[in-house]
Ligand binder design. Sequence first.
Ligand code: HPA
Length: 233
Amino acid sequence: MATPHITAKKGDIAETILLPGDPLRAKFIAENFLDNPVQFNAVRNMLGFTGTYKGKPVSVMGTGMGMPSMGIYSYELIHFYGVKNLIRVGSCGAYSDKLDLYDIILAMGACTDSNYAKQYELPGTYSAIASWDLLYKAKQVADEKNIDVVVGNILSSDLFYTPQEDVHKKWASMNVMAVEMEAYALYCNAAYAGVNALAILTVSDSLVTGKKATPEEREKKFTQMMEIALELA
Ligand code: HPA
């Protein structure tokens, strides 16, 4: 049974999946962190793999950029393949002046400037949050491994380029510490389906200072983020 975007057979995808935005990141994770990875998808080059980590089955697949893309892939993984734990491993831009490049964030909540939640016809504003079990476990794993993490609120935006220069200041005034483009849709899809989701992010650039990550440092911190994510399987 295939979906419009995933050709895997039922059972090919583990209950726990790591979701980087970049499909080549998914390939890198599969090749460097999983044992015996087997590719289950290549439609639109959105590569997906299943292997094991410390003996437990884990999958990894790209989501593409933005909430529509994340919305499609997470929906199909949940509803057609029975995935129960969806862990985004991505990057974000810092809105807070307290964040440094490469800091690791556990996104407890996600705000948005998108209309993604309109589909649920709620009579108010939906607060998208991580599932507590994954969030709590991720924090415990980080503490055990002596990896510093920051837990808090982020923005999932439809925009990478904004006409206004001070958008980050407005969100920062509400203690929203960083921006990415996918978590809100992931959290909505997971909540509506009654499954678990968490976004773990590393700071790749700062909207406050204008600093940008170098590939080498990014790699080191990325490994720490993966160490946390993989223990959640
Ligand atoms: N904006 C949106 N998404 C991002 C950014 C950003 O500055 N950095 C990493 N993901």
